[in-house]
Design a protein around this ligand. Structure first.
Ligand code: PMP
Length: 445
């Protein structure tokens, strides 16, 4: 808190009234909302200090209720690839809302977004919209089980797929691959149907498939794992996964909730040349409104109700306002050559941070894929698995995070969360970030 107060004072904001605004909202929030937040990472527990209470955002900036502005590299955790309140997205939302906020019946925008998503993504013939990434992965898993008639699913340690019971599972300590609940409230019996493997380990994969391959309904993976730092995978590992799943009749699910329409219109699938059986989406396809989706070939999607026996539904699924935001976002991205511009901006980030990293008193490297970046506070090779993460990084990150926040730069409040560039960022923003990082590193213990 004191860092931020100093920063506010430095920016000429009256710290007494400022503290009252944020502190007042937080106090009220903590009384009525568990932990004062509606999603745990927002509480800043990993870095300490008081969380942001935001009143508005525009372009690359976010402003708290006290009038402090921050250059935002969180971007609502990924959806805001055009930046905050992009005029065309806001106009589309206004226009759609004026025609009714929900119909509970098919509307043309759903068809248009479905056509756009299926046209862009390898192997995707049909898609169903839901309202979050969690719903998308949960539904894809049920579909995979229903379509294959098998129960077992496989996930990787270090990948996050939302908080559905069978995906909130960690590697068991004894029998390495047997899943155990990663949250209170997840029945052990559910977790036992999930196998957990390390990333980047073809041998472990082959061993599991040799023993249980014919009982595995699906393997789910973030093809570019971006929820535990940014664990860039070797193409050979992803190819082995594709080959083994195909050979055993298990479905390969790419969770592209972060990477879908962020790395490019074809997500990580197009980037790696590997086509999954099912893919899940969220974030960018909703343009900042609550949207998720899952899809695959028609032959697989046919198993879903009302055509098939796998039940799945949603009161607000395909919501016309959310669909309009997603459509507007994808239109702007395509029209404005968005992905190429984001890559150029990413290269600028590489260049601007290189001398800062070279002079850093802390072990530091930048891991970047397109507009997704991660400041890895560890030495050596960029990690490819959760086991390769340096457990000292969070202790190094907390003071750095607060020094940057004090300088008006908002990175994710966790050492293992990635940052996002948007089309609202420009070269000056990158320079400002690099300069602030240089100073912040100098201040860190
Ligand atoms: N999959 C991935 C890869 C994610 O990063 C996330 C959320 N960050 C989810 C699924 C869950 O999405 P949501 O938070 O919208 O439920």
């Amino acid at each position: 808190m004191s860092d931020r107060r100093e920063a506010r004072a430095a920016r000429g904001v009256d710290s007494a009234s400022v503290a009252t605004q944020s502190a007042g909202w937080l106090q009220r929030a903590r009384a009525r909302i568990p932990g004062g937040v509606n999603s745990p990472v927002r509480a800043f527990r990993a870095v300490g200090g008081e969380p942001l209470v935001v009143r508005r955002a525009a372009g690359a900036e976010i402003e708290d209720v006290d009038g402090n502005r921050f250059l935002d590299f969180v971007g609502s955790w990924g959806p805001l690839i055009l930046g905050h309140a992009h005029p065309e997205v806001v106009a589309a939302v206004r226009e759609a809302a004026g025609r009714g906020t929900s119909y509970g019946a098919l509307c043309p925008q759903e068809v248009e977004l479905a056509e756009r998503v299926t046209a862009a993504y390898p192997g995707l013939e049909q898609v169903r919209f839901v309202s979050s990434g969690t719903e998308a992965t949960m539904s894809a898993i049920r579909l995979a089980r229903g379509a294959t008639g098998r129960d077992l699913i496989v996930k990787f340690s270090g990948c996050y797929h939302g908080h559905a019971d069978h995906l909130l599972v960690a590697a068991g300590s004894g029998l390495a691959t047997l899943g155990r609940p990663d949250s209170a409230g997840v029945p052990a019996a559910f977790a036992e149907r999930t196998r957990v493997l390390p990333l980047d380990d073809v041998d472990a994969l082959e061993e599991l498939f040799a023993g249980e391959g014919d009982a595995i309904a699906a393997v789910i993976i973030e093809p570019l794992p971006a929820n535990n730092g940014l664990l860039v995978q070797r193409p050979a590992f992803l190819r082995a996964l594709r080959e083994l799943t195909a050979r055993h009749g298990s479905l390969l699910i790419f969770d592209e909730v972060i990477t879908g329409f962020r790395l490019g219109s074809g997500g990580a699938a197009a980037g790696t040349g590997i086509t999954p059986d099912l893919a899940t989406f969220g974030k960018v396809i909703g343009g900042g409104l609550p949207v998720g989706a899952f899809g695959g070939a028609t032959g697989t999607m046919r198993h879903l109700a009302p055509e098939g026996p796998v039940y799945q539904a949603g009161t607000l699924s395909g919501n016309p306002v959310a669909m309009a935001a997603g459509l507007a976002t994808l239109e702007v991205l395509e029209r404005d050559d968005g992905w190429r511009r984001l890559e150029t901006l990413g290269k600028k980030l590489d260049e601007a941070l290189a001398p800062v990293i070279a002079a850093s008193p802390l072990p530091l490297q930048l891991v970047r894929q397109g507009s997704i970046f991660w400041l890895a506070l560890q030495a050596g090779e960029p990690p490819r698995s959760a086991a390769a993460l340096d457990p000292q990084a969070p202790a190094r990150y907390a003071p750095l995070f607060h020094a940057l926040l004090g300088a008006g730069i908002y990175l994710a409040p966790s050492a293992y969360e990635v940052g996002f560039l948007s089309l609202a960022h420009d070269e000056q923003h990158i320079e400002r970030f690099a300069a602030a990082l240089r100073v912040a590193l100098g201040e860190c213990p």
